[in-house]
Design a protein around this ligand. Structure first.
Ligand code: TRP
Ligand code: ZN
Length: 886
């Protein structure tokens, strides 16, 4: 908790450390009521700092009870050092020296889940970003890299498995029922990559032979009851290891790679060297208990953490302002991997929909920051969509500009040049430039300027000259601390379509010949034109193919034009995008009608477009499913000037009902055919099967709106007889949102009874109910908080119930009387004392108050002010609340 005014840390103040730690020797003695940590640090002065008088040594430390500290074997007494809330300061008397410290810490009462803590009966750690300082006195900064040796000692019976980074080098037992293991990590690493686990764990074992022929032991450790849910993660791990060798030439470097699943975890997973620690929701998956989406999430997160071994661990960050160096790059790498393992177009659609809904909202809100932020109060608040997802888009744009081969040359140079170093975003870009002879200096504005650029496009066709000119105008709205922006480098991939839907050859004025039918233009100026020649007819522009830049595109497409692109665009992403834009236009029209009190009337062209998708059985089922999905309420909110929650919900529900009625026959046909296949096919976690179930399930969700008994019966059949969670959960979700109260309650009860011992399945049960827009949503959530399976101490539960309510149940959360806001603020205040990271993330929806009408704005601000006045705030919550009120 904060007792002084919180300090703001600035990138411009960065200084290299005065001292380095060559070796770190740790001993942990784990007990039920306390843990003893002994640390021996072999240190020396940093030769890169100015010589002269020895500066004081300032070791980070928080919530540590100091037992003893010694300098070169001399125990220091009280006057020899100074202790503050987060620092221990002493004066070294030589260039090289050894510090020995002993502290007591309390993992058994650590509810913040940062540092060493207990998840159920096991001990585990989470050190990124600044959690290591809650374990021992240290230079807890990523540019201090050290060789770690770690001994863990615990009672043998309760904690038979004792793990840390690297390789086990010694172990033994004592007479008193305790045992110990020593681990040595041969690679230098920053403290944030340290990990320790102790518990009664079982493991699934496998092995991988690397491209140079070394055999690596692979182990996934879980609580015994989960041992049957590890195969998918293990398969994903092996695929990731192979993929990184092929796509990036990166080989694994230790003899063992371990993953441990824990139930209580603030994020998805953590890339600790050789010992990844995962939220169990990001490891455990089998057909009966995890949906297709969960299977894909496991595959992506296993890959993400594994890829960090190079992009993050071998080459790490100099300071936390460079976080996107590892996160943006690694998200880009895991997206490429998922695209290769599944459907590239579907993966891109999902990523773009997510980015535009959530990252664009962040970039337009009070916490907007650049991909490389300039300052922060609490670094935990900067593990954001901007750093991760927009950061990945920035890396993707570098690849688009340099080409795939050039990008690979750049990444090879980056890894080779900086192996073993803690570096910056500039070093990454420099490697890309040097390997390609390119100049990315203007491009780097993507790292320093916040906000989503707007790109307006106008056109001019000259029939006599047979030329077609596109003019781009870019602008970027002001963001906190950045009133004006310089032009970005915006790669615009485009194609020009002839009237028959074919791609025209693209030749720019001045070029000797056409260069393909889809190409990338780099828009670098505030206003810039490109003229295409040899245009015998006025072409239709397919712009920003594959979403080649994270911008808001402005081009006045007519609905007929969008229908044309939906049918003909050779770029799969833009076919989907045309459908989305058509839906947006139609829904915005309905929203207007609702606001004016008019009768709602749906543009029939949307129905006809969907009908032709449904009737064409040669189309990819996954694409059809994506194209049948209307833009979500959160996206419609993001693109509104002032979001009218009730009108958005009414319009979207009206459209869904009209589509369901008009297309009942083809939906019913596709549903039955796909359900039939599901019934006769064993579950497979592959793209083809995901696609079939996606189409089947979206069809069911429309069909249920008809309220016909044959559909209800089909839904109940699917609920009761499906052999997998994807079908079962969809059936449950559509029942929960249906008027069939008796069937709904029965299904909810049966589901909870059957899965009451599986916490991850119960999370889904909570989410499905928390997200239901039916009236009384808040009261239902409040009741569910009393359910025996719910606890505020488990982040997955908080996200599943409270998070789902505030983020996905917009009509209930934004209730006009403010009760939803009051509820969320109450939870934030309670969680602030338990788990500041979770509290601070949970409050994000309240920070978006500027999006709503005056009455709601006042209510939301009132709750933010109440949080601010509620007492001792963590730096996490303080930063978000104060910035969102500024
Ligand atoms: N480096 C982790 C990842 O993206 C992020 C992470 C895991 C994290 N746990 C955390 C960040 C706790 C902050 C706090 O893979
Ligand atoms: Zn990461």
């Amino acid at each position: 908790m904060r007792t002084e005014q919180p300090k703001v840390i600035h990138l411009k103040d960065y200084q290299a450390p005065e001292y380095l730690i060559d070796e770190t020797h740790l001993t942990f003695e784990l007990y039920e009521d306390r843990t003893l940590v002994h640390a021996q640090l072999v240190m020396r002065r940093n030769p890169e700092r100015p010589a002269g008088k020895l500066p004081p040594l300032e070791l980070h430390g928080q919530q540590l009870e100091l037992l003893s500290i010694a300098l070169n074997d001399r125990t220091l007494s009280l006057g020899d050092y100074q202790l503050s809330e987060d620092c221990l300061t002493l004066q070294p008397d030589s260039d090289s020296f050894v510090i020995d410290s002993s502290v007591v810490i309390h993992p058994e009462s650590n509810t913040a889940l940062e540092g060493l803590y207990k998840s159920g009966s096991m001990f585990c750690t989470q050190c990124e970003a600044e959690g290591f300082r809650k374990i021992t006195y240290y230079l807890d900064r990523p540019d201090v890299m050290s060789k770690f040796t770690t001994t863990v000692s615990a009672e043998q019976k309760a904690y038979p498995v004792l793990l840390s980074n690297g390789n086990p080098i010694a172990s033994g037992s004592e007479d008193n029922g305790r045992h110990w293991t020593t681990w040595e990590d041969p690679f230098k690493k920053p403290a944030y990559l340290f990990a320790l686990v102790a518990g009664d764990l079982w493991c699934v074992e496998d092995s991988f032979t690397t491209m140079s022929g070394r055999e690596v032991a692979l182990r996934i450790y879980v609580e015994p009851e989960n041992i049957d849910k590890c195969q998918h993660a293990m398969d994903s791990l092996k695929k990731s290891m192979k993929w990184d060798e092929e796509a990036y030439g990166r080989e694994y470097d230790l003899d063992i790679f371990m993953i441990v699943a824990v139930n209580d975890f603030n994020m998805g997973a953590m890339e600790n060297k050789g010992l990844n620690i995962f939220n169990s929701s990001a490891v455990l998956a089998r057909a009966e208990t995890a949906t297709d989406a969960a299977h894909q999430r496991v595959e992506a997160i296993v890959a993400h953490e594994y890829f960090h071994n190079w992009s993050g661990n071998r080459v790490t960050c100099r300071d936390w302002f460079q976080l996107s160096l590892k996160e943006g790059f690694t998200v880009f790498r895991d997206a490429q991997f998922s695209a290769d393992m599944n459907s590239p177009t579907v993966k891109r659609i999902e990523d773009v929909a997510y980015l535009r809904t959530h990252q664009f909202a962040e970039d337009a809100g009070p916490m907007a920051h650049s991909v490389r932020p300039e300052s922060f109060i609490e670094i935990s608040n900067f593990y954001t969509l901007t750093v991760y997802e927009k950061g990945a888009e920035v890396v993707r744009m570098i690849q688009t500009l340099l080409g795939k081969e050039g990008f690979r040359k750049g990444s090879d140079l980056y890894f080779e040049r900086h192996d073993g170093q803690a570096v910056t975003v500039d070093d990454f870009v420099k490697a890309m430039e040097d390997a390609n002879g390119a100049d990315l200096s203007q491009f780097k504005r993507w790292y320093s300027q916040a906000g989503t650029p707007r790109l307006s496009v106008s056109e001019q066709y000259d029939e006599a000259a047979q030329t077609y000119r596109l003019t781009f105008r870019q602008s970027c709205p002001p963001t906190p601390g950045q009133p004006t922006k310089e032009p970005f480098v915006i790669p615009v991939e485009l194609g020009l379509l002839a009237a028959d839907g074919s791609d025209l050859p693209l030749r720019l004025q001045g070029e000797a010949q056409a260069q393909g039918t889809s190409r990338v233009l780099a828009v670098t100026e505030a206003e810039q034109s490109f003229t295409f020649v040899d245009m015998p007819e006025r072409p239709q522009p397919s712009l920003l193919r594959g979403f080649s830049a994270p911008v808001k595109l402005d081009y006045p497409y007519s609905r007929d034009q969008l229908m044309f692109f939906m049918q003909h665009d050779s770029d799969g992403f833009n076919r989907w995008e045309a459908g989305q834009q058509l839906s947006v236009q139609v829904l915005q029209e309905l929203i207007g009608q609702h606001q004016r009190g008019e009768a709602l009337a749906l543009d029939e062209r949307l129905i006809e477009a969907m009908r032709s998708l449904l009737q064409n059985e040669t189309l990819d089922a996954a694409m059809v499913a994506e194209m049948l999905s209307l833009p979500g309420e959160a996206y419609l909110t993001e693109i509104s000037e002032v979001a009218d929650v009730d009108a958005i919900h009414a319009a979207r529900e009206f459209a869904r009902k009209r589509i369901a009625d008009a297309l009942f026959e083809p939906l019913w046909h596709r549903y039955q055919a796909n359900r039939e296949t599901s019934r006769n096919t064993a579950y497979v976690a592959s793209a083809e099967h995901f696609a079939r179930r996606a189409l089947q399930n979206i069809a069911l969700s429309y069909l249920m709106l008809s309220e016909k008994t044959e559909v209800l019966e089909a839904c109940l059949e699917q609920f009761e007889h499906a052999d997998n969670m994807t079908e079962r959960l969809t059936a449950l979700a559509v029942l929960v949102n249906s008027p069939f109260e008796a069937e709904r309650d029965k299904a909810l009860q049966a589901f909870a009874e059957h899965f009451k011992d599986n916490p991850l399945v119960m999370d889904q049960w909570f989410s499905v109910q928390a997200g239901s827009p039916l009236p009384g949503g808040l009261e239902r959530v409040q009741q569910l908080m009393q359910h025996p399976a719910f606890t505020l101490k488990n982040p997955n539960k908080v996200r599943a119930l409270i998070g789902a309510f505030a983020n996905q149940n917009l009509v209930n959360f934004h209730r006009a009387d403010g009760a939803g806001y009051r509820f969320l603020a109450d939870q934030v205040i309670t969680l602030n004392a338990l788990n500041p990271q979770i509290a601070s993330r949970l409050l994000a929806p309240l920070t978006r108050w500027r999006k709503y009408d005056g009455a709601r704005q006042a209510l939301m601000k009132g709750e933010l002010e109440r949080i601010l006045a509620s007492g001792e705030l963590s730096s996490d919550v303080y930063e978000v609340v104060s910035k969102s009120l500024a």
